[in-house]
Design a protein around this ligand. Structure first.
Ligand SMILES: [Zn+2]
Ligand SMILES: [Zn+2]
Length: 320
């Protein structure tokens, strides 16, 4: 792998005075929001399955799902994760705004909140303070492992104390007016993520198309996107390979490489957090391929890469 911009250690929590500039929802309010965010897409999936059973779904709905899934997932993987949280490359302002708008449509929370939670995950990986480790504090045995997986997958969002000192964790993001704007306007973007596929379906097949478009391009797409992202938090800290020396329990899981658009090379990512590429060598990483395309188009600069010698330094010796 060539190296135009050498990998640098990750910046996860710039030190600054703690300033609360966001009003956190109450505990009950947060639980209600999380229930809605997890249950409503699931109900949409059930409705979609019933319609599928009655052959009310056509190739247009499936295409809508595929396109919306890829665009919104890239908003999360390339936008929220690699660009925002880890600053793995610098995006042209128009690309930055577009990626963050699509990421907001994935309904995984406001951009800066997402980045703060994920910076906390890297700062405390699999130790106390990690918001979604499947290992910290669940006891041993199969029961403890199952409880840990459930917590890392979805449970953590129901009792996670939101870090309100945003300036301490995300001063660099708050200083960017584009990022601040998309973060503040999360709800309209999320709603637009349902209205656009519904409108596309309406144009294609009237009101029936609007309903199936809303279901497949909206609710089913959000449901799959949630569970794939959450699987990186749960499965990719338990099942898979760990070729490098690392303090945490992150793993590389090839089964999720395609649906996660490369995010399931999660162990590589924990070892080289600021690299724009999570897949190394021949490991398929569609998000990384997109960043390369953006770079060639002149829309991304300062793309961070990990050279072979840096990988070799961290690689575990083969077991005897
Ligand atoms: Zn992780
Ligand atoms: Zn990360």
């Amino acid at each position: 792998m060539t190296s135009s911009t050498a990998y640098q250690p990750d910046v996860v929590a710039p030190a600054a005075p703690a300033t609360a500039d966001a009003v956190a929802p109450t505990r009950a309010g947060q639980k209600a929001i999380m229930l809605a965010v997890t249950i409503v897409p699931f109900l949409g999936v059930l409705a979609a399955i019933v319609l599928l059973w009655n052959s009310q779904v056509g190739p247009f709905d499936v295409a809508l799902l595929a396109v919306a899934y890829v665009l919104c997932s890239l908003g999360i993987t390339v936008g929220f994760h690699r660009m925002l949280t880890h600053r793995a490359f610098v995006a042209h302002p128009a690309l930055r705004a577009t990626l963050l708008a699509f990421g907001s449509m994935a309904v995984q929370g406001r951009a800066i909140d997402w980045a703060i939670d994920h910076r906390a995950h890297h700062a405390h990986s699999d130790r106390e303070g990690d918001p979604h480790s499947p290992h910290a504090g669940f006891g041993g045995g199969i029961g403890g492992q199952a409880r840990g997986l459930l917590h890392a997958h979805v449970g953590w969002m129901f009792h996670h104390e939101r870090l309100t000192d945003r300036r301490r964790w995300a001063k660099d993001l708050l200083d960017d007016p584009i990022i601040r704007f998309v973060d503040r306007t999360f709800v309209p973007w999320a709603v637009l993520g349902f209205l656009i596929p519904a409108a596309a379906g309406w144009l294609y097949a009237g009101w029936h198309g609007a309903i199936t478009g809303l279901l497949w391009g909206g609710l089913v797409r959000v449901f799959i996107g949630h569970h794939v992202t959450w699987s990186v938090n749960s499965i990719c800290h338990v099942f898979g390979r760990r070729p490098f020396a690392a303090d945490d329990r992150s793993t590389n899981n090839w089964l999720l490489a395609l649906p996660s658009l490369g995010e399931s090379w999660h162990h590589n990512h924990h070892v080289f957090p600021s690299s724009a590429y999570h897949g190394l060598g021949s490991q398929i990483d569609l998000s990384g391929a997109c960043i390369t395309a953006f770079e060639r188009l002149g829309l991304a600069t300062d793309v961070r890469r990990v050279g072979p010698e840096q990988q070799a330094r961290k690689r575990r010796p083969p077991s005897p």
